[in-house]
Design a protein around this ligand. Structure first.
Ligand code: SF4
Length: 321
């Protein structure tokens, strides 16, 4: 009989009073053992709702850090502490602080794909699913520093008709999609709806009929009666898309020099079923954070949660470290 690691994980969840939150970009087997699957905003909110003492975040480390910041009393596990993100790596704290200090009167609107240290010097956190709502709540006379993803920022700037000062970061996965190849794929499939994540380059986004967060793209595939979609985001999302629309043809948007029709995030894919099982057995590795950092970083995350639940928030007049 073949070894059933999913059954082991289910048993360990009960024994350790643990819940698994997984991102859409994880492999399908990981999504299937998770209690909740979603985008980064959903996972951050879900972390505040679950009753279990242990939360295993099957995603990348900044997601687990956000859950820890908002739920300091919980044990938060990640299958692999090396599972970072090119946006996090491209926005080191000291450089981000120096940039932030050049504009003390501005408000720092920071993508959740950032380190806890960068969150601690930000005014509000956004995700691709709530960014518009949050930015619209900022008075029009306030300057906005937007980082670390410049492509998401530029797309939002156009949508909201608002100027930002950008940090020049990008997602190494979404940047791989190639506009020229996409254009010829569209020519071969004129009946396909092109959907794209706003972390893609503008040259790719200009071909998309629908642009949005992973949840928004999933919703489009579910509700749009079209039978064919070209999808410009990470391949893991196909798992849920196929479940919702087994009748639809899903085509990965092309990347330059690909050896496969896929575009996998190397950080998300560091997580495996074996690592999840080991993390639940040993309750390691845990996300650790000193209290001073956690309390500072919580301010910007709390503002995100407050605005998205309809509460009004106060904005600081000036930045102080
Ligand atoms: S897909 Fe891009 S933004 Fe998301 S974790 Fe991977 S590198 Fe970071």
């Amino acid at each position: 009989m073949s070894y059933d690691i999913a059954a082991d994980i289910a048993r360990l969840k009960k024994e350790k009073d643990a819940v698994i939150l997984a991102h859409y970009y994880e492999d399908g087997d990981i999504q299937d053992v998770a209690d909740f699957v979603g985008d980064s905003f959903f996972l951050a909110k879900q972390g505040q709702k679950v009753q279990q003492k242990v939360i295993l975040l099957a995603g990348v480390v900044f997601m687990a850090e956000s859950v820890k910041i908002l739920n300091p009393e919980k044990t938060v596990l990640v299958p692999d502490l090396e599972a970072s993100c090119s946006l996090v790596k491209g926005a080191p704290y000291a450089d981000y602080l120096a940039w932030r200090q050049q504009y003390p009167d501005a408000l720092a609107v920071t993508y959740i794909n950032s380190s806890a240290e960068v969150k601690a010097i930000s005014d509000v956190i956004i995700t691709s699913s709530n960014a518009a709502q949050i930015i619209e709540s900022i008075p029009r006379d306030r300057r906005i520093l937007f980082g670390p993803d410049q492509h998401l920022g530029r797309w939002l700037s156009k949508q909201l008709n608002r100027e930002f000062i950008y940090w020049p970061g990008s997602c190494e996965v979404h940047m791989l999609f190639n506009a020229k190849k996409l254009h010829s794929l569209m020519f071969d499939h004129p009946d396909a709806v092109v959907i794209a994540h706003p972390e893609c380059d503008e040259s790719v986004l200009q071909h998309a009929q629908v642009i949005g967060s992973t949840s928004r793209l999933l919703q489009e595939v579910e509700k749009n009666p079209a039978k064919k979609f070209i999808v410009a985001t990470e391949t893991g999302i196909f798992h849920q898309m196929k479940k919702l629309r087994p009748d639809a043809e899903l085509i990965q948007a092309p990347v330059l020099d690909a050896g496969c029709s896929c575009n996998n995030c190397p950080y998300m894919k560091m997580n495996t079923m074996e690592k999840i099982k080991r993390a639940l057995e040993t309750l390691q590795p845990q996300v650790q954070m000193n209290d001073a950092l956690r309390v500072k970083a919580q301010v910007s995350l709390d503002r995100m949660m407050d605005i998205t639940s309809g509460k009004s928030v106060q904005w600081p007049a000036e930045f102080h470290v």
